[in-house]
Ligand binder design. Structure first.
Ligand SMILES: NC(=O)c1ccc[n+]([C@@H]2O[C@H](COP(=O)([O-])OP(=O)(O)OC[C@H]3O[C@@H](n4cnc5c(N)ncnc54)[C@H](O)[C@@H]3O)[C@@H](O)[C@H]2O)c1
Ligand SMILES: O=C(O)[C@H](O)CO
Length: 315
């Protein structure tokens, strides 16, 4: 039997992240929730906390293999992979890593908006291929500053995106479950009304069952032929089939997407959509922010194992 109060769970951990956790606490490792059953029963009984990274569902079946589990510390603010109802029913606390990643995720949302509007990916290819040197200019593209944007979900990241876009002199609209205190931003009670009013629709919702296809086919259609969808939340929050169809048919102008269903093996129809900028779920993917996320996850694990208050509990 190995006495390991910590289970590092997820093949997605880098070797550096894993080493930092192992330096702080005696730990076992499983690559995925399905593999936890491969640890001996005696080792499993010593585990009090999980440090989790990844998007594979983590639910009752895994929790029930760990009789002394008291904490699941998620690496990431979005914890839709973890069944929090199952955890709460077993007295297991869940933590996430909010706020430390807001800047990077907001930056990439704005970056995708500019790249999409100004055709920057095609511009790069234009220069490298010698087309520009051959005397041809890139076709004119589209001004983003001063246009209108609708944020779906005015939470921590949504608000940071809106703040940035206000500096681009954009007219800010938003939808949330209730009206918020804002500078002079326009509230919409539903997403269709929001999409009808704006040029850019930015999705910054939580993922999970409750927000599945929250941005519906009707909302995508309401954006119209000049509309651009930006999604940094989860692939599940938009009707992905309807989005692909709208991009293929040109019934909307384009998209900037950092998140998809079935990552990383996304729907291959995306590959041919020239008006979409596609990113490999790298919203928080800077050295600085990933380190801050890892530190916050570890701080939650250490607090739990020392019997102290958790820093960022979600249940
Ligand atoms: N692309 C990336 O790399 C990346 C990085 C970080 C976060 N994210 C995603 O962004 C999400 C938002 O993060 P945040 O820190 O801003 O979260 P947050 O909790 O501060 O904001 C989430 C928003 O979703 C809304 N919401 C929650 N449940 C809802 C429901 N049932 N119906 C309608 N609206 C609902 C909330 O009211 C809030 O406006 C995360 O959950 C995660 O999925 C992605
Ligand atoms: O939710 C988050 O923090 C990111 O999407 C990483 O999973």
């Amino acid at each position: 039997m190995t006495n390991t109060p910590l289970l590092i769970l997820g093949a997605a951990f880098s070797s550096e992240e894993r080493a930092r956790l192992e330096a702080a606490h005696s730990a076992s490792f499983s690559a995925a929730p399905d593999a936890v059953s491969e640890l001996s029963e005696a080792t499993r009984a010593t585990i009090k906390a999980i440090a989790f990274k990844g998007h594979t569902p983590l639910n009752a079946a895994t929790m029930d293999l760990l009789p002394n589990l008291g904490l699941i510390a998620n690496y990431g603010v979005g914890y839709d992979a973890i069944n929090v109802t199952d955890a709460s029913a077993r007295g297991i606390k869940v933590t996430n890593t909010p706020d430390v990643l807001n800047d990077d995720v907001a930056d990439i949302a704005v970056g995708m908006m500019i790249a999409q509007s100004r055709n920057m990916v095609a511009g790069d290819a234009w220069v490298r291929s010698g087309t520009w040197a051959g005397g041809e200019n890139l076709p004119l593209n589209r001004k983003m500053s001063g246009s209108s944007v609708g944020i779906v979900g005015l939470g921590r990241i949504g608000r940071d995106i809106a703040d940035r876009l206000a500096a681009f002199k954009m007219d800010i609209h938003y939808h949330a479950r209730s009206e918020k205190e804002t500078p002079n931003w326009t509230y919409h009670a539903d997403v269709v009304s929001l999409a009808t009013a704006v040029d850019y629709l930015v999705i910054a919702l939580v993922g999970g069952k409750e927000t599945e296809k929250y941005v519906s086919a009707e909302a995508i259609a309401a954006l119209g032929p000049r509309g651009v969808v930006i999604n940094i939340s989860r692939g599940s929050t938009i009707d992905e089939d309807a989005l692909i169809k709208a991009l293929a048919d040109g019934t909307i102008a384009g998209a900037g997407l950092d998140v998809f269903n079935d990552e990383p093996k996304i729907d291959e129809r995306f590959y041919d959509l020239k008006t979409a900028i596609l990113q490999p779920h790298q919203g928080s993917g800077t050295v600085e922010t990933r380190r801050a996320m890892a530190e916050l996850q570890l701080a939650n694990v250490s607090a739990h194992l020392a019997g102290k208050d958790l820093l960022t509990p979600v249940n």
